[in-house]
Design a protein around this ligand. Structure first.
Ligand code: SF4
Ligand code: SF4
Length: 479
């Protein structure tokens, strides 16, 4: 038996939800503005071709992290749904938060267009002109908030500092404006007109949840052992009063759990796809039963726990398997992101394979793109390394261009023609060219150990016959 304790719990559930809404709103609104050395917590910028993750900046060429993030996202959703049903929907989804703000806060609590938030089936009272005006005002406020929400969504793709600059010149940034206003209008239509039909008919998450549930999943559950059956096994409501069928049935058929439901379902029928796990029905029945000095007939538990009067089994094969997969992917993500190169290097050969100067002096020129992916400017150098410990090729070559370090601004690319010269005759064969694997290493002068990149390529030395023929032709041309 629970009396006043249940009363406190009922208020506490709702308060808990509102508290989570507040935290979610602060996190979502605040995150785009937080930067670590100029890098965002999360930003997928198509504009700059960058992914920012937890203060680390990745170039689009480094999007090998994306599959890990997507696996984390999807497995995380599967895990949460198996564990606690549509908890996301009721507790953190912006759709639900905005519906609560619009219906419960603006229309009901502030403007009094509905009598109470515990009856969501009641239509608005729009008979008087004053009420019509209030309804328009509520709509204007929610429309304004929807535009902020749409901007908030955009900030994860266009950082706020760019966003505000761009919208100051809308004619120069039509794509941004179309996306922002498009999302804004969709949000307004959704919150004001589509309402919970979005959760029931449109949201893809609703469709997949049924395959993720099991009998140990946490969900609002009606205790038919105590309350009595209200529906038959075909889902048809039993007409007679419960007391007539089962004199011990505790459900008093007040229908408070039905009236309060934002998706207009009766939880006594069992688990339904439409349930968004908001727990309003739990609160409602707790409140009713509290007055009778009984515990709630609808509680946040699992069907198995309810039937067997046990605690919910959180740890079972499926949830443990998800935890293992999530841990492995998360650790892999940390390891892979920790191996991020401080810069990017792209080495391409030019159309001229080599340039012969004399019998011993031969150059190879490469077109090298240096990409400073760091958030600060750096001066870069380039050097030659041996490809393996058995090779001494690096000591037999020298870089003759560029000789001096060169500046690459933060986030910028710079293309340099890198010319490598053989210090001696490297020909191994009279008839065919000799190819030497080499490694080009570029590094930032001010942070040689952390900001560097290596790329393998080949140095090609012409055959003796090629050199001889070339020099002979050049001599003849001179004469
Ligand atoms: S059945 Fe209960 S938890 Fe589910 S949507 Fe309705 S009120 Fe919310
Ligand atoms: S609120 Fe509780 S008592 Fe009232 S109809 Fe629902 S389950 Fe029955």
């Amino acid at each position: 038996m629970q009396s006043s304790a249940q009363g406190i719990k009922q208020v506490f559930y709702r308060k808990k939800r509102y508290f989570v809404y507040l935290i979610a709103a602060i996190v979502l609104l605040g995150f785009p503005f937080i930067t670590i050395n100029g890098t965002h917590i999360f930003l997928l910028s198509f504009d700059h071709g960058e992914l920012h993750l937890l203060g680390t900046r990745f170039n689009m060429q480094e999007l090998y992290l994306m599959p890990f993030l997507l696996i984390l996202l999807f497995v995380g959703i599967f895990f949460l749904t198996t564990l606690a049903g549509r908890m996301w929907c009721g507790w953190a989804c912006p759709q639900t938060i905005f519906r609560v703000i619009y219906r419960d806060l603006l229309q009901t609590t502030i403007f009094g267009l509905r009598k109470k938030i515990s009856n969501k089936q009641q239509p608005m009272n729009l008979e008087s002109f004053a009420n019509k005006l209030k309804a328009v005002l509520a709509f204007v406020i929610i429309a304004f908030l929807c535009l902020i929400a749409a901007a908030n969504l955009m900030w994860f793709f266009v950082p706020p500092e760019d966003f505000f600059t761009y919208i100051a010149n809308p004619s120069e940034h039509p794509v941004l404006m179309v996306f922002w206003l498009g999302f804004g209008i969709f949000f307004i239509l959704d919150i004001a007109f589509i309402q919970e039909n979005f959760c029931i008919y449109i949201c893809p998450y609703c469709r997949v949840q049924s395959v993720l549930y099991d009998n140990d999943t946490l969900m609002p559950t009606y205790n038919y052992n105590r309350g009595g059956f209200v529906y038959d096994k075909h889902g048809t409501k039993i007409d007679q009063k419960l007391k007539f069928i089962d004199p011990n049935a505790e459900c008093i058929e007040c229908e408070q759990c039905v009236k309060v439901c934002p998706t207009h379902i009766d939880i006594r029928k069992g688990m339904q796809l439409e349930c968004i796990n908001c727990l309003e029905c739990v609160d409602a029945c707790t409140s009713v039963m509290d007055k009778l000095n009984k515990s709630s007939l609808v509680s946040w538990t699992s069907p198995t726990a309810m039937e067997q009067n046990q605690k919910v089994r959180y740890f079972r094969f499926r949830t443990i398997a998800y935890i293992v997969v999530l841990s492995v992917v998360f650790i892999t993500l940390l390891v892979v992101s920790g191996k991020k190169e401080g810069m990017l290097l792209n080495v391409n050969t030019t159309s001229e394979l080599y340039k012969i100067h004399t019998q011993e002096v031969v150059d190879n020129t490469f077109r090298v793109v240096f990409h400073n992916t760091d958030s600060v400017d750096h001066e870069f150098c380039v050097e030659i390394l041996n490809p393996n410990i058995d090779s001494d090729i690096a000591s037999r070559l020298e870089i003759i261009k560029p000789k001096d370090p060169f500046l690459v601004k933060a986030g910028q690319k710079r293309t340099e023609m890198v010319t490598i010269r053989a210090k001696e005759n490297l020909s191994k064969n009279d008839k065919s060219d000799s190819i030497y694997p080499i490694v080009l290493r570029s590094f930032a002068l001010d942070n040689k150990e952390q900001i560097f990149a290596k790329r393998k390529t080949n140095f090609t030395y012409p055959s003796q016959e090629t050199i001889h023929t070339y020099l002979q032709k050049r001599e003849e041309a001179r004469r």
